[in-house]
Design a protein around this ligand. Structure first.
Ligand SMILES: Cc1cc2nc3c(=O)[nH]c(=O)nc-3n(C[C@H](O)[C@H](O)[C@H](O)COP(=O)(O)O)c2cc1C
Length: 183
């Protein structure tokens, strides 16, 4: 079942006295490719966690995130995380108008309020450009004191607007399931 801001999963057979881990997936997306990946990652957690998937504009301030695992995803813009200018560029090319991004959300954080984090991005495969949003986000989270539980992961789109390459949604679901085993 897809997870959204308002929907959460709960395990039907929870052991008495053992709470489910909580996972917050925060994403940025101009054309919806990163959103699809974020939702598939949330699906991958299945009933093993209470997971919430939320666009960065609706996310709580980073300092108020107390999830057992924080997952952050963004489209790669200019070899890293988007900036106001690259988001404006995306909007002029037909993407959504985004008032803020993952860079600003992370930069507003002052301390790791959680312990564990993971990052992902969407990225054009051809040509294979250097620099990714997921590595930039992981650096910022590490700097705040988060432990990055797995290597930053890239998911491939066919071009500026997407679509995602065949199999990437399934790979994202599998990545979510793998993350669920790390919390
Ligand atoms: C201004 C701008 C700069 C971009 N720079 C890069 C880049 O450096 N490397 C890359 O692989 N893709 C780049 N892209 C393509 C984005 O990665 C692609 O638009 C994104 O993955 C789509 O995801 P979304 O639908 O979630 O916005 C760029 C896109 C825009 C709009």
């Amino acid at each position: 079942m897809p997870t959204t801001l308002t929907q959460t999963h709960s395990r039907p057979h929870t052991l008495p006295g053992r709470d489910l881990p909580t996972v917050l997936v925060v994403y940025e997306s101009a054309w919806g490719n990163t959103r699809q990946i974020a939702e598939a990652i949330g699906d991958g957690f299945g009933a093993g966690a209470t997971s919430t998937v939320v666009p960065v504009a609706s996310a709580p301030p980073l300092d108020q995130v107390h999830a057992d695992l924080l997952v952050v995803g963004a489209p790669t813009h200019a070899f890293g995380l988007s900036r106001p200018g690259t988001r404006e560029d995306a909007h002029e090319r037909g993407g959504a108008e985004l008032g803020t991004g993952v860079r600003e959300w992370l930069d507003a954080g002052t301390v790791a309020s959680g312990r564990l984090a993971a990052t992902f991005d969407t990225h054009v495969r051809h040509p294979n450009l250097p620099g990714t949003a997921s590595r930039a986000a992981a650096r910022k989270l590490r700097h705040l004191g988060y432990e990055i539980v797995v290597e930053p992961e890239m998911f491939w789109v066919d071009g500026m607007e997407g679509p995602l390459l065949v199999g990437e949604v399934e790979r994202a679901r599998a990545w979510g399931a793998e993350l669920a085993r790390r919390v």
